[in-house]
Design a protein around this ligand. Structure first.
Ligand code: ATP
Length: 544
């Protein structure tokens, strides 16, 4: 893995202050370890060999307690620094994912939206391992180990030499383990993504599966996915345990060799007790970063795999729809659009102008791209080429308006604080929803529940239109407002649309196959004709 491409490297590279603080705390940690080992060896030497009294040993004991306290506080300081770095990076990644979700690619790339949840949750949280597990080990190896090695060389060169000789074994071992682990951790992420995406898909399709009595068969699929994920996760855990065990064994053996060498030299009087005890205490501290490097390495691998998928997913092309000057309410020039992965453009060379005021109906066969065109006009998708100019702000009413787990009032105002209750009541009245709303347990303040499940299709559609009435914007885009409704509800909606048209304050652009609505329209555009014949498109299918 190339460390320079990791989030950890770029975060440290950007933030010089955090870098300095991390280095300073690690240096203080190394000094505190040396101080604590020195004070402990001196205190034991004074008490057991020098037969020192409490008053002569007290200053050394005091230093020992101060050093132990300092080690504790430095540890807390370090973990605060790591947490704040990790929090900032994860926030940044989630913001990038959010920006990508709102971008053209994010809106149209279904694979990205399917993977968004595991990316924003598990993958982003996996980055934490860089800061809380890998960083302490890297700092320990880069700062604490050389400091302790230098002290060991100064006090007992033989121990220093033994430390120096045994240190390279661990990185070599890590290299061997790393080659096996990369594949396993990548397989784990693939299995996790498959599991999350599969589960989300099944949850979405649950009512259909239940309807067709297919839920039992799907159980088998969920079981298979979860077994795959569990198997991949277990393989990574196995490797992690084996490598941690191997490193633990090697460092324990190295400590044992050094301890035996110290013991023998102490026996033959080649070393003083305080020097021998000092290096003996120092040795496990010296190997501590190497001991932790096994688990840190695995956490780093998992973070690295998560990071690769995040880097791929969060690269954003910033594009936006800028309102341009137009004489009509909407003016479309040479518009082309294609969904990612599609070989042919869905819309190409589209041109038309929607005059201000009045009602324009867009018709065309199913699947020719009417909804796509409306989403382009609303700015929810961005064109591949061409221009869309909108004279004013618009309200967009989709075929299936989304209802939030909030009150009826909030669902109509879309959480806009300064919206008057009067406007909401008027909109409900216009759409013949007043009686129904008042009959609810708490009137318009009644929560609708998640997705507004208890509402009929006609009520949902009318709530979508109520939003547009309350927003009162000059341009209203509607997708099939009267489709699949009973005649009475369709008539109510038609009436509201016609009264908006009659007010002269609104431009209505409506996708509809409703013959009565088409008959009442000022203009009827046929999307197929707009596509097939650009010259005809110029005329916009305008009726005399
Ligand atoms: N997010 C998407 N990614 C890829 N293809 C899509 C996406 N949304 C729609 N399509 C495809 O684009 C084509 C046009 O879809 P669109 O919903 O715009 O048609 P439509 O004319 O509104 O159809 P209908 O009248 O049946 O609602 C369809 O073939 C559809 O499968």
């Amino acid at each position: 893995m190339n460390m320079k491409q990791t989030f950890l490297y770029s975060a440290l590279h950007r933030d010089a202050r955090a870098r300095r603080r991390l280095i300073l705390t690690e240096l203080l940690h190394a000094l505190a370890v040396l101080g604590a080992c020195g004070a402990a060896s001196l205190a034991i030497d004074q008490v057991f060999l020098g037969k020192g009294s409490l008053s002569t040993t007290a200053p050394v004991l005091l230093v020992l307690f101060v050093m132990l306290g300092a080690l504790h506080f430095i540890g807390l300081w370090q973990s605060r620094l790591q947490q704040s770095l990790s929090g900032a990076v994860r926030k940044d990644v989630r913001e990038k994912l959010h920006a990508r979700l709102l971008s053209k690619e994010g809106q149209t790339d279904q694979r990205f939206t399917r993977e968004l949840l595991p990316l924003a949750l598990e993958s982003t949280d996996a980055l934490d391992a860089w800061y809380t597990r890998v960083l302490p080990v890297v700092l320990g190896i880069a700062i604490t180990m050389p400091c302790l090695l230098l002290a060991a060389f100064l006090v007992d060169p033989m121990t220093g030499l033994l430390m120096l000789v045994t240190v390279p074994i661990a990185p070599f071992l890590l290299y061997l383990i790393g080659r096996v682990t990369r594949e396993a951790s990548e397989a784990q992420w693939r299995a996790m993504n498959r599991f999350s995406a599969g589960l989300a898909e099944i949850l979405r399709a649950l009512p259909t599966l239940k309807l067709f009595a297919r839920e039992r068969a799907e159980r088998q699929r969920v079981r298979g996915l979860s077994e795959d994920f569990a198997g991949a996760a277990l393989r990574v855990l196995q490797l992690s345990f084996v490598s941690a065990f191997a490193l633990e064994l090697i460092t324990t053996l190295a400590i044992a060799i050094i301890a035996v060498s110290i013991g023998l030299r102490l026996l033959y009087g080649q070393l003083t007790f305080s020097a021998a005890f000092f290096v003996l205490l120092l040795t496990p501290e010296f190997y501590q970063p190497l001991r932790l490097s096994g688990t840190a390495f695995h956490s780093g691998m998992i973070a690295h795999t998560a990071e690769a998928s995040l880097l791929k997913a969060s690269s954003v092309t910033q594009t936006s729809l800028s309102p341009s000057a137009t004489r009509g309410a909407i003016s479309v020039r040479d518009l082309s659009f294609r969904y990612p992965g599609s070989p042919l453009p869905l819309l190409s060379g589209i041109q038309f102008t929607v005059p201000k005021g009045g009602l324009t109906v867009l018709a065309g066969p199913s699947g020719c791209g009417k909804t796509t065109l409306l989403r382009l006009l609303a700015g929810l998708l961005l064109p591949e080429s061409g221009q869309i100019a909108r004279a004013a702000a618009c309200s967009y009413v989709p075929q299936e308006p989304h209802l939030y787990n909030a009150t009826l009032f909030e669902n109509i105002t879309l959480f806009q604080q300064d919206c008057s209750e009067q406007a909401v009541r008027q909109a409900l009245k216009a759409l013949c929803l007043s009686e129904w709303a008042e009959a609810l347990p708490q009137g318009p303040a009644t929560p609708l529940g998640e997705g507004g499940q208890s509402l009929s299709q006609g009520q949902r559609k009318r709530l979508g239109l109520a939003r547009a009435l309350v927003q009162d914007r000059p341009l209203i885009l509607l997708d099939e407002p009267t489709a699949a409704l009973d005649e009475a509800t369709a008539a109510t909606i038609r009436e509201v649309l016609l009264s908006l048209k009659a007010s002269g304050r609104h431009t209505l652009f409506v996708i509809s196959h409703d013959e009565r609505l088409q008959a009442a329209a000022d203009t009827v555009l046929d999307l197929d004709a707009l596509q097939a014949d650009e010259a005809a498109a110029h005329k916009g299918g305008e009726r005399p």
